[in-house]
Design a protein around this ligand. Sequence first.
Ligand SMILES: NC(=O)c1ccc[n+]([C@@H]2O[C@H](COP(=O)([O-])OP(=O)(O)OC[C@H]3O[C@@H](n4cnc5c(N)ncnc54)[C@H](OP(=O)(O)O)[C@@H]3O)[C@@H](O)[C@H]2O)c1
Length: 330
Amino acid sequence: VKDGTVVGKGHHAKAGLPHAEPMALDDAGEAAKGADLYVTLEPCCHHGRTPPCTERIIAAGIRRVYYSTSDVTGDGIGGHAVLEQAGIETEAGLLDDEAAEIYVPFNWHRRHSTPYGILKMAMTLDGKIGPAEPGQHWLTGDESREYVHRLRNECDAVMVGSVTARVDDPQLNCRLPDGRDPVRVVVASKCDVASRARAIKSDSDAPCVVATTELAPMQLRTELENAGAEVLVLPSDEGRVDLASLWKALGQRGLLSVLIEGGPTLAASALEAGIVNKLALLYAPRIIGDVAARSAFGGPTGLSAEDVEVRSIEMLGPDILVEAYPCSRD
Ligand SMILES: NC(=O)c1ccc[n+]([C@@H]2O[C@H](COP(=O)([O-])OP(=O)(O)OC[C@H]3O[C@@H](n4cnc5c(N)ncnc54)[C@H](OP(=O)(O)O)[C@@H]3O)[C@@H](O)[C@H]2O)c1
């Protein structure tokens, strides 16, 4: 920013690509000289997958740097001091609460090398995913659907169980203008998903991963690979994909956050496996009142009421969004 005008902008798209600072400095060109730099994370001063941002900032002749939050996890610590030593006025703490929220998945991944898991589930007020009759049932309204697309845009990957992939045939893309499609992950222990399913064969450039086990016949694996999916063979847990191993594998691929979109069987076992950091529960203003109708969590979750902390309740049009956090994953 120079004389109250934004002269350059940048953002860090993903690991290995340039950080926001060099992008903004490239965008500003000569105008960067004497300008102020506003950035969410403390500029890094180390040689990682990209060169240190502090070197570029100093070379560009930036006058002052304002950043929101420090890199609490290690690699970037020290950028502040390097800038000050170079005579650049540097201030931390601008909008730090808002920035800390953005960096939750990043910091989680840095500490644990696994993705931050967000489990979304839509249900009626009596906790059902729809009437007992089979088929896809839309419960929630436009505002909730837009919220889910915002989550898909923010998360690096979206994951469903094999039954949802078969029955609902979801596209699992982000349909917001300028939205980013997440990596699609289908959990199918025997590769029992048609290669023409929209979760597999998609117009999206985002990759598709089918998480499976040795139980999957070779022919089905090959069909999915020929359709463009990566078939990831993982250890099994009672005949199903071991979710902890899957989480490690997704973390190794640099995926910081995964949106778990169910259905109820996968939702319950994701909680039980301890891979859920945050629950995004959407309640539609309907009551099914049928014991035969399926509940949102279709099995043991390993959680008791005290294990979950509700931190926010919000109306999304006619629906209620409850954001809750399993305490063990804080
Ligand atoms: N309300 C909502 O927000 C929402 C969201 C999504 C879906 N749905 C609905 O949910 C229904 C489908 O749900 P569902 O419960 O029948 O199936 P699901 O959760 O979509 O898929 C479960 C299947 O995933 C596979 N899987 C592999 N490893 C697993 C593991 N570790 N844990 C759990 N599952 C594993 C298993 O099949 P394999 O034997 O093939 O491995 C398992 O049967 C559909 O009616 C859909 O419309 C609702």
